[in-house]
Design a protein around this ligand. Sequence first.
Ligand code: ADP
Ligand code: MG
Length: 600
Amino acid sequence: MAQKKQSTVSALLEFAGERRGLLVAGCILSAAAMVITMVPYVCIWLVVRDLIAVAPNWSQATGAVKYGWLAFIFSVLGIVVYFGALMCTHLAAFRTATNIRKRCMAHLAKAPLGYFDTHASGLLRRRIDGAAAQTETLLAHNLADITGTVAMFVTLLVLLFVFDWRMGASCLLAAVVSFGALFAMMGGKNANLMAEYYDALDVASKAGTEYVRGIPVVKVFQQTVYSFRAFKAAIDAYSEKASYYQGTVCKTPQSVNLTVTEGAFIFLVPVVLLIAPGAYAAGDAAFSTFVTNFAFYAIFSAVLSTALAKIMFAAGGLTQAGDALKRINEVLDAPVLPVTDRPQAPQDASVSFENVTFTYEGAELPALDGVSFTVAQGQTVALVGPSGGGKTTAASLIPRFWDVDEGAVRVGGVDVRDMDPHVLMDRVAFVFQNTRLFSTSILENVRAARPEAAREQVLEALAAAQCDDILAKLPQGVDTVIGSQGTYLSGGEQQRVALARAILKDAPIVVLDEATAFADPENEALIQKAFAHLLAGRTVVMIAHRLSTVVDADKIVVLDQGHVAEQGAHAELVAAGGLYARMWADYQTAAQWKIQKEVA
Ligand code: ADP
Ligand code: MG
């Protein structure tokens, strides 16, 4: 446990970089501030001692004014030093959080694109931001508070034994009992209970979010809240944990702790009663010292347990920061796409798969197994086959969403792994089904493909992608910001803007996931026209969902369960009477059925 906390702090110190020293300085200053804050109490004790010594001739207590000023000066000094401490720790904490964010972002920039398929970008951002913010609390406050409180505790211990060790020991007893009670609540096996408690809270809040998202479904289907069993179960689990923890585990220890902390002198009184007669017998001077000491211990006995509780709560920050660090490391453990030292330039715009085998992480069967096919420059290859056959996977290996396990994917004769990633990205344009548009103007959305493109070029690309009707109906035309003033584009319209993007990119190779179905036939006709513009004269790898679009392809590759079932031109495959011939027959029956139905 101590080992783990040590490593949490040192790992964070590493992130702090050159501001590491500030953090150490902050902790030292905080400790100094705490010790300084104790001085006024001592001064008060000295004043009380003076007054008691001269009682009732108060005017003779000349030291009182001096001690009063000292108390004031040290109070102010304590605040100033503590302020300085927080200044240091905050500067270090902010830099650390920034460094964590930067390091995570830099790392994610090197991750294969496929990583973002399985790790939603919003989630990653929240994870990084949340974790960085959590370490901020530890570094800016908790660490300085822990060192400060430890310093205070040690000073107190010394003070306790300086004046009268017997009263000191009795006060310490209160602290020990209170510490024992706190440990019974939070230490040992109950430390896990705390973790479980927070986990349950986490689950409940996630289920709550899901519930809110699902309200439309609930309303449409006239369901009650009880249909959200997961939500109810999460709340029940949380409430059970909370009442068990608070009602069963904490009840007795917390009562003991509060009693002992608030009434710490219950230990002091018997001791005082025991030693009072002796002090009285020893004469006036000894007795007045005894009374002053009693006043001192009565005040300080409570501070001791409070200090202990503070240390324990601040230590909770360590656990949280440890959690945060774990999440940060998960991001930093994301795979990195290896980049070659000696990049080779592709010879032409051909694409070839050579015996490609690829298995998704955690999957049992390979998604692609020994897949080979070639697409010569300027040719169109259609990938077809049953759902789950590996079409999307094959297409995403070309831009290195993932790297193959065996075999090679070549572009222009060069293994994609031996190419400069920028060159590869320049050569290949992708249009995937659910392309996302940024919330910026249509112009900028399209220009993202080629930042140096002039406005006219963007407009040309939009025209080629049959987007003129979209621009015409938007309030500011091509400069309309998507998502603003209720301007949303339908799925088909978004697809056309995405096509304009690909057309503007003007890459020699196009990888295209043809959309399954568009609601309105009008959009579909426009999209087909846009396709024609995009595909003319380029090498095309197309995932086709409707066989009508593949009839004219130079080659059709039929993928079934990760294998190439057959490949060839449409006529050849129909003649061969294999899987494709069956799919074609089914497709024609369906098409005829549709026509007949419409005629009837
Ligand atoms: P298709 O596009 O032909 O429908 P896919 O390439 O999407 O097929 O999927 C091929 C196989 O890989 C399927 O068995 C699918 O379940 C699996 N698969 C696809 N994506 C992932 C992923 N991100 N993680 C794990 N398995 C995946
Ligand atoms: Mg697919």
